[in-house]
Design a binder for this molecule. Structure first.
Ligand SMILES: Cc1ncc(COP(=O)(O)O)c(C=O)c1O
Length: 490
């Protein structure tokens, strides 16, 4: 008999299971010819004794290798190396003209240059980002626990299978309850469509509701990605001024009298990028105008969960009895951006159409993640997390605004946002924002140079400075860099 004890060396501290180690060692020796075809292997009991492992461990390794085609088991005669081994040797492509993969396609295609916009990537280095949550606070332990339990029971309840394109019914049930409790939206599961975040929701809505040539009213300035989606759909953007009460609804009314407006895109809670909250009077007026002129209100409520004023203003969707508002929300800010679950709330006839459109690019969402989040909603885990996160972000907003005021004085001005995760900061006119951002970058602080938010302006003085993802110590360090960079202009 071959010296199996030395051929199969086991590392009992390794994270790889003993049966996998036995299997891997056998495959290696078969490939190298140490164990030629038709070699009879020791019985499972004998090998287990030699290797000092449980017999079941050897049986698992033999079964696995049999399933892969390396071994053949004959109940009367024993286990043998197969005479027809799996062919796993990569073969060179005989007539390949050049080695390696090409770096350029050999054919041409249209590059969408207007979509190729650099974005500020969150990094482990110091960043005042666009207004992202602090992923260090995310309730990942509960999420992981739920996810693991679901995977364990997945085969019984079909959660690992093809599922409803509109999203898990249980998720939509829990979400409907949550939307009713948290923001007064009277939705049922039939009013909910699940997406992978808000951007996908806006994209699908643009596909279904808009046709090329339609006019879409947006804030002047507006969430850039939404603008790109509407431009990509072939629509015409109609910029409407935004002041300290949000989008100017009377200017919108004026425009509606002049031309048909198909859709108005708004982020009432809170306007992106300026962080302004749409006032209660303007909300009422906007709904009246929607009914009068028949335009769709696309309410992107990406930021609703984080408001610091005593009583938040409810979404437009909660007061819309005429079916004019399509509501978009997401868990990407409430849990963490990597967990891509967002949603649309709309009448069922629109939900059905969204499903048909989504199906041809994405058969369904992440059913397991939806289930895990639904369970967290049912248990109140998300609600508890949001309460805590809101408290932390509220304090961070106050700390950040104080740091900015103390360190930058009149070199930067801003209105204290009553919600959200960022400050819309205006730098003094002599500060060149792109140069400032470059100087900060050299000192390890990333900030946006503002051009992303106002691409049509020749010079920009505003940028968004996200505070939520930074601890007070990190803010302090970041603001010191900002102060140093700004001082060079004095
Ligand atoms: C106004 C607005 N809508 C939507 C999104 C995107 O959200 P999601 O990550 O859910 O796609 C963002 C991201 O920052 C945003 O600022």
């Amino acid at each position: 008999m071959l010296p199996y004890k030395t051929l199969i060396l086991l590392d009992r501290q390794a994270s790889t299971s003993l049966s996998t180690q036995i299997g891997n060692a056998l495959i290696r020796h078969i490939r190298q010819g140490v164990l030629p075809a038709n070699t009879k292997l020791p019985g499972s009991r004998a090998l287990a004794e030699l290797l000092e492992v449980h017999r079941k461990t050897v049986i698992a390794a033999y079964d696995d290798l049999t399933a892969q085609g390396w071994l053949i088991q004959n109940p009367a005669q024993g286990t043998f190396v197969s005479s027809q081994l799996p062919d796993v040797t990569p073969r060179p492509i005989a007539e390949s003209p050049k080695p390696g993969l090409a770096h350029q396609t050999g054919y041409s295609f249209k590059q969408q240059k207007h979509l190729a916009i650099p974005v500020l990537k969150p990094s482990s280095a110091l960043t005042f980002d666009d207004g992202f949550p602090d992923v260090r606070l995310a309730p990942v332990e509960q999420l992981a626990r739920n996810y693991r339990n679901i995977l364990k029971r997945g085969f019984q309840n079909h959660l690992l299978n093809y599922a409803d394109t509109n999203g898990s019914f249980f998720f939509r049930q829990q979400l409907a309850r949550y939307l009713q409790d948290s923001r007064g939206i009277p939705a049922t599961p039939e009013h909910i469509f699940t997406t992978r975040g808000s951007v996908m929701a806006i994209y699908l809505l643009a596909q279904v509701l808009l046709t090329p040539g339609d006019v879409v009213a947006v804030g002047q300035t507006n969430y850039r990605t939404a603008n790109l989606i509407f431009i990509e759909r072939g629509t015409t953007l109609l910029p409407i001024p935004v002041d300290n009460q949000g989008i100017d609804v009377e200017a919108l009314a004026e425009q509606c009298r002049r031309q048909p407006v198909r859709m108005v895109y708004v982020t009432p809670h809170h306007h992106h990028p300026t962080t302004v909250t749409l006032s209660a009077e303007r909300r009422v007026r906007l709904l009246q105008l929607a009914e009068e002129f028949g335009f769709i209100v696309l309410e992107d409520d990406y930021d609703y969960d984080f408001h610091y004023a005593s009583s938040p203003i409810l979404p437009l969707a909660s007061a819309d009895s005429a079916g004019m508002v399509v509501y978009v929300g997401s868990f990407t800010k409430s849990i963490a951006p990597a967990f891509r679950v967002g949603y649309v709330v709309a009448p069922p006839n629109l939900i059905e159409e969204l499903g048909y459109r989504r199906r041809i690019i994405d058969r369904q969402g992440d059913t397991v993640l939806e289930q895990a989040i639904a369970e967290m909603l049912a248990e109140g885990d998300i609600q508890r997390h949001l309460k805590k996160a809101q408290k932390v972000y509220h304090q961070r907003r106050d700390t950040f605004s104080q740091l900015l005021r103390e360190n930058l004085g009149d070199r930067v001005s801003f209105t204290l946002p009553d919600g959200g995760l960022a400050v819309w900061a205006k730098f003094a006119p002599d500060v060149n924002l792109p140069a400032l951002a470059a100087r900060c970058h050299q000192q390890g602080l990333s900030i946006s140079d503002g051009r992303f938010y106002q691409p049509d302006q020749p010079t920009v003085h505003h940028t968004r400075l996200g505070f939520a993802s930074r601890t007070p110590e990190e803010m302090q360090r970041g603001v010191e860099v900002l102060k140093w960079a700004v001082s060079s202009y004095q």
